[in-house]
Design a protein around this ligand. Structure first.
Ligand code: SAH
Length: 355
């Protein structure tokens, strides 16, 4: 344990928390009570933990950091009830998360980093660069804060907000361990999807963990040249190697994988692109999610029109590939990755310049 810094208490699993509680001279069962307050009752502060002594609560307040995110902004879609949250972190940075209502339950999309270093040319999250990794507690509390605010039980989690989750690997695993713990919120591993731009060695590592979570790959192109042009990460990991890594993940976890393919007019949406894509991944049992690109003011990309999207889908289906077109949620709010945080940053800059 780092003695110069306060302990980040919400990032500890039950074994680590028990060790900490015993270290400060408390009885072991206090760890269980504390864990339940944090991860079942989703307490916002130590003051709520009324079955812990005042002295213990005071000691904890002094010696630990209790991560509890503040809602900085909330947009609610009038069309489908999608709720987009901007959360303030204790160091003044912000992250965004989205709550979506589906027939099968409530799904929350969380961020894994502040900013992103991957540089995908169509994505708003990467424009301000990378700032830092999120801690497990900051990932957990995006879900806890949304549960508290909406009063809803979250059933599905997608790690598809700002950041590259496999670039924050250890914290991601700790987050998954705590959120799926039967003594915590107990969310099923099968209801968790992690989306990656394709960090090949980490995909193999994740396969070895055998977590039965769903892995989604942001593919977005069917050839090495085209992928490289829009996703710098492709220069490090070749498209064939990424697809092979995904196949390995599917074989070793027995989970069907998902490919995400953002359709950008005139860039990757032709009939040749569709054929090439079918050749690239058509032999694997997989699912493709087609997403018309969400325009971001900083780039000039346009979404493919409906005819092009449907033609692309048809081509893939002819090759017996399982395809869906991603239903757009919260079209009337800043739905795309990183857009709310971006707007907030811009507004703040304007205020600072004027002030
Ligand atoms: N770094 C991870 C997760 C974050 S991005 C990854 O790359 O998968 C989540 C998904 O949103 C990715 O598929 C990403 O490519 C996609 N995305 C980002 N910007 C987008 C935009 N403007 N329009 C449509 N999809 C976008």
């Amino acid at each position: 344990m780092d003695n110069t810094k306060n302990t980040d208490i919400k990032s500890l699993n039950i074994e680590e928390l028990t060790e900490y509680i015993e270290l400060i001279g408390e009885k072991k069962f206090r760890a269980k009570q504390l864990y339940e307050w944090m991860h079942v009752h989703l307490a916002r502060t130590y003051d709520e933990m009324t079955n812990l002594s005042k002295k213990l609560r005071d000691d904890l307040s002094k010696n630990t950091d209790y991560v509890s995110l503040n809602i900085e902004d909330l947009q609610v879609s009038k069309l489908d009830g999608t709720r987009k949250y901007l959360f303030a972190l204790s160091d003044g940075n912000c992250v965004e998360s989205v709550m979506m209502r589906y027939k099968h339950g409530i799904s929350v999309c969380i961020s894994s980093q502040v900013g992103c270093k991957m540089g995908c040319s169509f994505c708003a999250s990467t424009i301000g660069g990378f700032i830092r990794n999120l801690t497990p507690s900051e990932m957990l509390d995006q879900i806890y804060a949304i549960s508290r605010d909406s009063g809803e039980r979250v059933s599905n989690i997608v790690v598809m907000g700002t950041g590259e989750p496999l670039d924050n690997y250890d914290n991601l695993l700790k987050f998954i361990e705590i959120i799926t713990d039967e003594n915590g919120l107990n969310i099923s591993r099968r209801n968790i999807t992690v989306s990656t731009c394709g960090l090949v060695p980490k995909i193999y590592d994740l396969a070895d963990e055998n977590l039965t979570i769903t892995l989604a790959l942001s593919l977005h192109a069917s050839s090495q040249a085209k992928r490289e042009a829009i996703m710098p990460v492709a220069k490090t990991y070749n498209i064939e190697d990424v697809v092979k890594a995904m196949e390995h993940y599917a074989n070793s976890t027995k989970r069907r994988i998902t490919y995400e393919y953002t359709l950008i007019a005139g860039v990757n949406d032709s009939s040749d692109d569709a054929n090439e894509l079918a050749n690239l991944i058509g032999k694997q049992p997989c699912h493709i999610n087609l997403i018309p690109v969400n325009p971001v003011t900083e780039n000039n990309y346009r979404a493919s029109d409906t005819d092009a999207v449907l033609a692309f889908k048809k081509k893939l289906e002819k090759n017996a590939i399982n395809v869906t077109i991603r239903r757009e949620m919260g079209r009337d709010i800043d739905g795309a990755c990183g857009q709310l945080r971006r707007k907030h940053m811009k507004n703040n800059t304007t205020v600072m310049k004027e002030g």
